[in-house]
Design a protein around this ligand. Structure first.
Ligand code: BEZ
Length: 223
């Protein structure tokens, strides 16, 4: 079955982009990476999304995350549309965005990566790309995948938030609770015994009492 599951290695595909031809692993280098697809160029929701992604590019750069977009349009369309995206952002209407956009006009990559949405079709009846978010670690393995339909725009602040969680939990044996943001307390993972947690988190482990008497809600300040 085409598509990517958590832990799968990113395929080392070659593709034409608005910044030239790339080989994906070389593009990623030793960085984290976000590959995000959109249904079509010159469409309203996609314009707002890529505009927001462009505005947040410095935040992704700070976190060592390389950004790359994808849709089933041609490079020439991506470049012409980039002017609209920049104008939407209130910037000079140039063809330059702070990330490349892959041109997957033949849908080969979208099929390989499981990105097509059978419910959204073009005039010829061919499926469009869904709003997929893939985040890869420096080991090129898939760390997170989120899939939105064409009619629901993404929240790029949420995507930055999950990058923060992924990067923290990659280096510390913790998990981040609901609505967590950088600086908030984190949770001790369920498999870690109390004595190990106390040693590992010298700032303390705080357990919330629960009716079950089970002591699984264990917090510690963000390491
Ligand atoms: C949009 O980007 O606005 C869009 C694209 C395809 C279907 C629905 C909305």
């Amino acid at each position: 079955m085409p598509g990517l599951l958590l832990g799968d290695e990113a395929p080392n595909f070659e593709a034409d982009t608005t910044q030239g031809r790339i080989r994906f692993h070389d593009f990623l280098g030793d960085s984290w990476g976000i590959l995000f697809s959109h249904p079509r160029d010159f469409t309203p929701v996609c314009t707002t999304e890529l505009g927001r992604a462009a505005k947040l590019a410095p935040e992704f750069r700070k976190r060592n995350v390389k950004m790359i977009a994808l849709s089933i349009d041609k490079v020439s369309d991506h470049l012409a549309w980039s002017k609209d995206i920049n104008a939407y952002n209130g910037d000079e209407p140039t063809e330059e965005l702070p990330f490349p956009i892959i041109a997957d006009a033949k849908r080969e990559l979208s099929i390989q990566l499981g990105m097509l949405d059978p419910d959204e079709r073009d005039k010829e009846g061919l499926p469009l790309t869904a709003r997929v978010v893939f985040i890869f670690g420096p080991d090129k393995k898939l760390k997170l995948s989120i899939l939105y339909p064409a009619t629901t725009g993404r929240n790029f602040d949420e995507i930055l938030r999950v990058v923060d969680s992924l990067q923290l939990t990659a280096k510390s044996k913790v998990a981040t609770p609901v609505d967590w943001k950088r600086g908030d307390s984190v949770m001790v993972i369920p498999s870690m015994p109390d004595d190990e947690a106390r040693k590992l988190f010298p700032e303390g482990v705080f357990t919330k009492e629960l009716p079950s008497g089970k002591k699984y809600l264990r917090y510690t300040p963000q390491p």
